[in-house]
Design a protein around this ligand. Structure first.
Ligand SMILES: Nc1ncnc2c1ncn2[C@@H]1O[C@H](COP(=O)(O)OP(=O)(O)OP(=O)(O)O)[C@@H](O)[C@H]1O
Length: 249
């Protein structure tokens, strides 16, 4: 069964459409890149799938059922800029929030939950920062903590909004190897991604988006010069041998 099926999804902010009749589905156990220019509606797509913004019309099914019935299967890593980092909490607590779906909001996390949260921090190389306030972490470290929280959720399908934004090369490597680990466990990971140079290396499958779906499918078939030109319009230039140069938007 498809982990995610989106049919005719239309979303508007103040009556101005941002996504129009978006339809696609994704296969299980793949790393999927959501690619498109600034303002294409990539974050909005994730938020509409997760019911964080209302859809004007359309349908979203996660493993054949609506979001509400499948909440426990879903992990979300929001864009770093969209989070209030001054909220007084430490890294360990942020990761423990990932466990609330399993333990319920009323019960306190037990020893096992803390142990698991610490092991997730260790996986992202942040075990020494467990008790550090989140507003005292660097951007890349905050991103790692958010990934640890997603790991603690133990989800089946993950949605990540620009996990590589503003991180250094070492953190980017750490994140991509983590994503590959999730994939090896049979999980499906959708990632909003900006850097066209790494798309072919990172993703098995892509969704090209610019208000509408320009293309979706295996990267080899869909990530073509023609489709990219349709997605980015005149903002792309191609150098020799198809090498890409993205003009700043
Ligand atoms: N809360 C909001 N209220 C009104 N308009 C919004 C809101 N959020 C986003 N938009 C508008 O919707 C469009 C799509 O935004 P969205 O953030 O989904 O794009 P994106 O593809 O994720 O962009 P980026 O690559 O810059 O992050 C943009 O024109 C944006 O200005």
């Amino acid at each position: 069964m498809n982990p995610l099926m989106v049919r005719n999804l239309t979303v508007a902010y103040h009556r101005k459409p941002v996504l129009q009749e978006v339809s696609f589905s994704v296969p299980e156990g793949k790393l999927i890149g959501i690619i498109g220019p600034n303002g294409a509606g990539k974050s909005t797509l994730l938020k509409a799938i997760l019911r964080l913004v209302p859809a004007a019309s359309g349908e979203v099914l996660i493993y054949g059922k609506p979001y509400k019935a499948q909440r426990k299967l879903i992990g979300y890593v929001p864009q770093r800029g969209s989070v209030d980092w001054d909220f007084p909490t430490n890294a360990l607590d942020v990761v423990l929030m990932g466990r609330y779906g399993h333990i319920g909001w009323i019960k306190r996390p037990g020893k096992e939950d803390v142990k698991l949260a610490l092991s997730c921090l260790e996986k992202v190389g942040m075990e020494n920062y467990a008790h550090r306030q989140i507003n005292q972490l660097s951007g890349g470290q905050q991103q790692r903590v958010f990934l640890a929280r997603a790991l603690a959720q133990d989800a089946t399908i993950y949605f990540m909004d620009e996990p590589f934004a503003g991180v250094d090369a070492a953190t980017e490597k750490a994140i991509i190897s983590l994503l590959n680990e999730l994939k090896a466990q049979g999980k499906t990971v959708l990632v909003v991604h900006h850097d066209l140079h790494t798309v072919q290396e990172y993703f098995d499958w892509v969704l090209l988006l610019n208000m509408r779906v320009i293309g979706h499918g295996p990267t080899d078939e869909v990530f073509t010069v023609e489709n990219l030109q349709k997605t980015y319009g005149g903002r792309l230039t191609f150098l020799d041998q198809g090498k890409l140069l993205v003009k700043h938007e």
